[in-house]
Design a protein around this ligand. Structure first.
Ligand SMILES: [Zn+2]
Ligand SMILES: [Zn+2]
Length: 152
């Protein structure tokens, strides 16, 4: 039986369906996803360049849901400018090529660790690494690489 495509199946960017980025909490039920256009543009660049599947782990979060999942108080997920993503198969999330790719596509907030990847399109670039103790530290490598990409 083939399901009839509903509004949540709409592609809001290439290979990105509304349901993938919508808030999944009990109040929103996957219907709330005010995503920022710059984020969608960066995604479109990245998706075209990468030519492989990128899975969204977390997209938009309403304030209530963000608090529930322990998101940062000023989480970019509540503004619709952030995505947590993953890849099928064995992909090194700390890889320099991957980092350069994300920077070139316009992501200016990137949080990384071996098993976690956050990207966003904040105005003022900030990059960090997730530490095992739940904290994070400034990602000097990423800040350095941004200089190469932007020529500044
Ligand atoms: Zn919600
Ligand atoms: Zn995130």
């Amino acid at each position: 039986m083939t399901a009839i495509p509903g509004p949540l199946d709409i592609e809001i960017a290439p290979h990105l369906r509304l349901r993938e980025v919508a808030c999944q909490c009990a109040d929103c039920l996957g219907r709330t996803a005010p995503m920022n256009v710059r984020l969608l543009q960066a995604w479109a660049y990245w998706r075209e360049r990468r030519n492989s599947q990128i899975m969204v782990v977390s997209g938009f979060r309403c304030a209530r849901h963000n608090a529930k999942v322990g998101g940062a108080r000023e989480s970019k997920h509540m503004l619709g400018v952030a995505l947590d993503v993953g890849f099928p198969g064995d992909v090194d999330l700390m890889d320099d090529d991957l980092l350069g790719e994300m920077l070139a596509c316009g992501f200016r907030g990137i949080g990384r660790s071996e098993n976690r990847l956050h990207i966003d399109v904040r105005e003022r670039a900030y990059f960090w690494r997730y530490l095992a103790n739940g904290k994070h530290e400034r990602d000097a490598r990423a800040h350095l690489m941004l200089k190469d990409v932007s020529g500044r």
